[in-house]
Design a protein around this ligand. Structure first.
Ligand SMILES: Cc1ncc(COP(=O)(O)O)c(C=O)c1O
Length: 436
């Protein structure tokens, strides 16, 4: 395995594109220093970099690709639509078809508006909540890592340059599974908070009916309950985490898996709220998610094909089943090397991540880098342990074998010091103030 071609283009990537890529999560600072691996193509759960190295992938396009890369029925639907044209001055019929299909799947949602990125949808939800309630503040779950590229969220992170203080002050945080922290916010900012936003679940499931309790507290205080289903949608359950946990949010946001990697996001919810962005009401108008490319017709065709494939095939069941096999295999391999408290799979089988803890069992960026380095060397591209419908039993078995080998190195690094095994700078968190 070599990275000669990738190394050749790396400087140019950074000279021409700030950050060397168009999404920070794909950046050089997120992967081992000497393994830049620029991608040439993917098929199913396999990807090839521009040096011809092949990997089994466990990031699946930042969790957008649940069916598999270049998945034929989706690609074919998008191709057919492209031949009919991709954008017009009046809505294309497919915009309605896609809305009908989506609303038939997401129970309780009465209207939907499509856009390109998830941030369009979450920021649209926040704006609607503000307009609907006449309040400026928003309460976000402080244990959830990302809601939007826009100021209302990024202003609450360490990388908040360029965002006015007065905007930062409008976002406050509560803790997941901690209703007292929510009550405290509403008591501290009476009649100021427009809505609460969170993901239904990350690695811990909701405890003691937390989602319902949060919704109850929000409503009691005149605020909206917004569920961000960017990751959970089309993964936890066909009807989203809201279906799995039996809750109907006022507004919910989707993206990622909705069109199997094609750019499409959605904001859905109650008619009386959503209609504020419409033409048939007498309240002040909300400029809601209106972008030139929002209804790109072939992305809608890809979404329709994706949703229909889910209807006809056991996609969700497969995600859970394959994720479970992967988790079992990795946890077993880790246990055999007495690494269970260092490397373990956490979170639901349909969307798990792994821990990389150091000698003191603390989360460690150097050990994460070592894990990435040793798995990449063995043909695994594994920023997380996300499976797709295309991960076969054979892929999983091969992965577990390779990870067992990588963990031998991890064990040695714990015993002998990581300096002896790590071949470059450790990865660093995206949310940091300076590059240092
Ligand atoms: C939970 C969640 N919400 C919102 C977003 C924003 O989506 P996008 O990057 O498509 O704007 C993301 C992206 O990772 C996300 O994970």
């Amino acid at each position: 395995m070599n990275f000669n071609e990738s190394a050749k283009v790396q400087k140019k990537f950074n000279d021409l594109i700030p950050g060397g890529c168009h999404t920070y999560a794909k950046g050089d600072d997120q992967y081992p220093q000497f393994m830049p691996a620029y991608i040439a193509r993917g098929k199913g759960c396999h990807v090839w970099d521009i040096d011809g190295n092949e990997y089994i992938e466990y990031g699946m396009g930042l969790r957008t690709v649940t069916l598999g890369h270049a998945f034929e029925p989706v690609v074919e639907a998008a191709r057919r639509q492209m031949l009919l044209g991709s954008n017009f001055v009046r809505p294309a019929r497919i915009e309605l078809e896609c809305a009908e299909e989506f609303l038939s799947i997401i129970d309780g949602a009465e209207m939907v508006k499509f856009c390109k990125d998830g941030s369009d949808a979450t920021s649209g939800a926040v704006k609607l909540a503000r307009a609907f309630t006449g309040r400026d503040m928003v309460a976000i779950c402080g244990d959830h890592p990302f809601f939007s590229v826009d100021d209302w969220f990024i202003g609450s992170t360490a990388i908040s340059a360029g965002i006015p203080e007065c905007v930062k002050e409008l976002t406050v945080k509560f803790r997941y599974n901690d209703p007292a922290s929510v009550r405290e916010l509403f008591a501290g900012y009476p009649r100021k908070i427009a809505g609460v936003i969170l993901e239904a679940e990350k690695t811990e499931p909701p405890k003691d009916g937390f989602l319902h309790e949060l919704q109850r507290i929000a409503h009691e205080n005149g605020a909206l309950f917004i569920l961000d289903e960017m990751i959970t949608g089309f993964r936890w359950h066909f009807g989203g985490a809201q279906k799995k946990y039996g809750i109907v949010p006022d507004l919910s946001t989707f993206g990622k898996a909705l069109a199997n990697g094609f750019a499409l996001s959605a904001l859905a919810g109650r008619r009386d709220i959503m209609e504020r962005g419409g033409l048939h009401h007498d309240k002040e108008r909300v400029f809601l998610m209106s972008t030139t490319h929002g209804a790109e017709n072939h992305a809608l065709a890809a979404a329709l094909a994706t949703m229909r494939f889910y209807k006809d095939n056991p996609v969700i069941e497969t995600l859970y089943a394959q994720g479970h096999k992967l988790a079992e295999g990795i946890n077993r391999a880790s246990k055999e090397l007495s690494l269970a408290e260092h490397v373990s799979i956490i979170g639901p089988d349909c969307c798990s991540v792994y821990t990389t803890r150091d000698e003191e069992k603390k989360p460690s960026q150097p050990f994460r880098t070592l894990f990435l380095q040793e798995t990449m060397k063995r043909g695994l591209l594994m920023p997380s342990s996300i499976v797709s419908y295309s991960h076969s039993d054979e892929d999983i078995a091969t992965t577990v074998e390779r990870i067992a080998e990588a963990l031998v190195v991890y064990r040695k690094a714990l015993n002998e010091g990581i300096g002896k095994y790590l071949e470059g700078q450790p990865v660093r968190p995206v949310y940091r103030k300076y590059n240092d």
